[in-house]
Design a protein around this ligand. Structure first.
Ligand SMILES: NC(=O)c1ccc[n+]([C@@H]2O[C@H](COP(=O)([O-])OP(=O)(O)OC[C@H]3O[C@@H](n4cnc5c(N)ncnc54)[C@H](O)[C@@H]3O)[C@@H](O)[C@H]2O)c1
Length: 251
C-alpha cells in the first residue's frame, strides 16, 4: 500500500523510542532499513536491519558512514533524520555549553547526515527526506536551544524542498508533541507525576505515542505523499491548535 516495498530507508536515532517505532513501521511496509545510532547497545535488539554506528556531530565520521551504507546497501530512497537530544529545559539553564551542544546535535548533526545522503539521492534520481522536528519549533514549550535548532531544521527542510524539488527530492518535517520515550526519563525521575500534568495540555486527552510519529513519517516518505513537500506537520494530539487551558480557565 505504501509503495515502499524493498526500498532502502535510512533512519537515525533508530535505537531511541521513536526510532524503534520508525524501524518497525518501515519494516512492516516492506522496506530494507539501515538503522543508525551513536549507541550500538541501543541498536542491538533490532532484528532484520543493517546497522550503522556513528556520532552525528562528527561530520567526517558521518560522511564516511553514509558512503559505506551507500556502497553496501545502495543509495537510500528515504532518509528519516530522527536523532535528537535536549537537556537545558528553560532559559536559566541555557549557557554557552548547552546551546552549542543542542545546536550541534539537532541542527548541524542533522545537516551532517542529510547533506551527503541527499547528494547521493540526487545522483540516483531522487528521494524523500523526513526530519523529526518538534512542537517546540512552532511555539515555545521550553528547551530554548533545542527549540531554536529544531526551528532551524524546518528552515533547512524548506530550503531543500524549494531548491531541490527539481532533483526529485521531497523534504518534510514532523513536529511531535510529547511522546513518552527515554528522552523523558530524566524529567520523570525528578517528578513521577509529571506526565499527568503534561496530558492536561493536550486536547485529545492523551500523549502522542511513538507509532503515531512513525505512521506520519511513513506516509510523508511514501509515494502516497508524492505531491507533499516543504511541510512541517504537527503530530501533537491537538497541542498547537490552540490553548486548551485558556478555554478551560476563561469560559
Ligand atoms: N519524545 C518526545 O517527547 C519528542 C517530542 C518531539 C520531538 N522529539 C524528537 O524525536 C526524535 C526522537 O526522540 P526520542 O523521543 O525517540 O528520543 P530518544 O532519546 O529515545 O532517542 C534519540 C536517539 O538519538 C540518538 N542520538 C542522539 N544524539 C545523537 C548523536 N549526536 N549522534 C547519533 N545519534 C544520536 C540517541 O542515541 C537515541 O537513540 C528526536 O529528534 C526528538 O528531538 C521527541
Amino acid at each position: 500500500m505504501f509503495g515502499l516495498n524493498d526500498k532502502h530507508v535510512v533512519i537515525s536515532g533508530a535505537g531511541g523510542g521513536i526510532g524503534r517505532a520508525l524501524v518497525a513501521a518501515f519494516q512492516t511496509a516492506g522496506a530494507r532499513v539501515t538503522a543508525c545510532d551513536r549507541d550500538p547497545e541501543l541498536l542491538a535488539p533490532l532484528q532484520g536491519v543493517a546497522k550503522s554506528v556513528f556520532e552525528l556531530t562528527d561530520a567526517e565520521a558521518t560522511a564516511r558512514a553514509v558512503a559505506a551504507l551507500v556502497a553496501e546497501h545502495g543509495t537510500p530512497d528515504v532518509l528519516v533524520s530522527n536523532a535528537g537530544f535536549s537537556r537545558a529545559e528553560t532559559m536559566d539553564t541555557v549557557d554557552q555549553k548547552s546551546w552549542n551542544q543542542e545546536v550541534d546535535i539537532n541542527l548541524t548533526g542533522s545537516f551532517n547526515l542529510i547533506d551527503p545522503t541527499m547528494r547521493a539521492m540526487i545522483a540516483n534520481g531522487g528521494g524523500a527526506i523526513v526530519m523529526t522536528s518538534t512542537v517546540n519549533a512552532l511555539a515555545h514549550y521550553g528547551n530554548p536551544a533545542y527549540a531554536a535548532a529544531k526551528a532551524g531544521l524546518i528552515a533547512y527542510m524548506r530550503a531543500i524542498a524549494v531548491e531541490n524539488g527539481r532533483d526529485n527530492i521531497r523534504a518534510n518535517c514532523i513536529c511531535p508533541g510529547s511522546v513518552r520515550t527515554p528522552a523523558w526519563d530524566h524529567r520523570v525521575e525528578k517528578d513521577p507525576s509529571l506526565l499527568t500534568k503534561v496530558v492536561a495540555h493536550y486536547p485529545l486527552g492523551k500523549l502522542v505515542v511513538p507509532s503515531d510519529v512513525a505512521n506520519a513519517a511513513l506516509f510523508l516518505a511514501s509515494p502516497l505523499a508524492g505531491a507533499i513537500t516543504g511541510v512541517a506537520l504537527p503530530v501533537d494530539a491537538g497541542l498547537t491548535a490552540g490553548n486548551l487551558r485558556f478555554i478551560r480557565d476563561v469560559f
